[in-house]
Ligand binder design. Structure first.
Ligand SMILES: NC(=O)c1ccc[n+]([C@@H]2O[C@H](COP(=O)([O-])OP(=O)(O)OC[C@H]3O[C@@H](n4cnc5c(N)ncnc54)[C@H](OP(=O)(O)O)[C@@H]3O)[C@@H](O)[C@H]2O)c1
Length: 329
């Protein structure tokens, strides 16, 4: 593909939102030794994509401009680097691109073999592209930090999932119900039936007083909270936690980091745990296989052509998606 160009969507500086995205023709990237070149079929957006653009994560994830955003992709391998033995042109895969470089809003992208997994025919490109960041975050929060065993073994756990209608939350509810759990979930009133259909035992509307107080209708105390919403103070969680309950905060702000430190230093039995997902190949493969086996689904909020990627971007910034937002070249 050397010398050929592709359609891509870029931004050239911090800020700008959807209006800051520009459609460009750029060279198709060349895969390095341990990389594969993908013809993309679907890319999913995550809030981190526009948070990077806004400059909110500048110290952690600095940008080189111009930048093609988005990391979660599904596509067909076109070329492989000289160090690739396990993939060949024509293979369908799901991959996570680096948060430092992005590259997903384009017709082609280069992915590292270490973060590329096969996509079986039972898993559509959009379902696969939804999985990486959102699915891996839900998986990590439940398995590593909440102690849920997804084979159903292990002691029964009471789990609360906030923003259960969102990209991470919808996977978290489904994965939690593979384990031995009672799941309480929060979402807006329009999504209550949807979140119940994912398997949640109890669903509360976050805009009601009971929902805002995170009170389980049946009086459950939570062993773990997979906290996918934002701006809920510790004082709201605290009375709802079991004696050793934990809040796994996937968007920890300053106040959450303060609570984390205080609870650690005071050896509190109730803890707040900040979580930052580091994608792992074997966990992604595990999630893809759950989708193949029909045990997990990717709920798709909307699909947008690459030519109208700014609509998808604006929808993600708006923060009211039900499931994953997908862009298709
Ligand atoms: N730490 C990590 O590694 C990591 C990884 C992935 C994501 N994240 C972060 O996790 C957060 C969630 O990500 P996401 O992809 O799930 O976001 P998302 O898909 O944009 O979430 C949108 C959903 O959240 C619901 N929602 C918003 N506020 C709510 C509240 N207070 N209570 C209940 N539901 C609420 C919305 O419902 P309505 O439309 O009804 O308001 C909507 O359905 C983001 O801040 C993201 O940056 C962190």
């Amino acid at each position: 593909m050397a010398g050929k160009v592709m359609h891509a969507v870029q931004y050239a500086c911090y800020g700008g939102g959807a209006a800051g995205l520009k459609h460009v023709e750029v060279p198709i990237p060349t895969p390095g030794k341990d990389e594969v070149l993908l013809k993309l079929e679907a890319t999913s957006l995550n809030p981190v994509d526009w948070k990077i653009q806004k400059g909110m994560l500048r110290p952690l994830l600095p940008r080189k401009f111009p930048c093609i955003p988005a990391t979660d992709v599904a596509g067909v391998i076109q070329e492989v680097g000289s160090g690739i033995k396990n993939f060949k042109p024509g293979d369908q895969v799901v991959a996570v691109l680096s948060h430092l470089t992005g590259g997903g809003l384009a017709e082609y992208a280069v992915a590292k073999k270490s973060l590329t997994v096969p996509r079986p025919p039972e898993v559509s490109a959009a379902e696969g592209a939804g999985l990486p960041i959102a699915g891996l975050t839900a998986h990590l929060a439940l398995t590593q930090f909440s102690g849920v065993k997804l084979d159903g073994s292990g002691p029964r756990k009471n789990i609360l999932i906030t923003a259960a209608s969102g990209g991470v939350g919808q996977y978290a509810v489904q994965l939690a119900k593979l384990g031995n759990t009672h799941v309480t979930a929060t979402c807006g009133s329009r999504n209550i039936d949807f979140v119940k259909s994912l398997g949640a035992d109890e669903v509360i509307d976050y805009k009601t007083p009971e929902g805002a107080a995170l009170k389980s209708p049946s009086g459950q105390k939570y062993d773990a909270v997979v906290h996918c919403a934002t701006a809920i103070p510790w004082s709201v969680f605290e009375p709802n936690l079991s004696e050793t309950g934990k809040v796994i905060d996937i968007t920890p702000g300053l106040s959450a980091m303060w609570t984390f430190a205080v609870k650690k230093l005071t050896l509190s039995k109730k803890q707040l745990v900040p979580l930052l997902v580091i994608p792992k190949r074997e966990k992604l493969e595990y999630l893809v296989n759950l989708v193949k086996e029909g045990k997990l689904k990717t709920v798709i909020d909307s699909k947008h052509p690459l030519s109208r990627a700014e609509e998808a971007w604006a929808k993600s910034i708006d923060g009211h998606a039900t499931g994953k937002i997908i862009v298709e070249p």
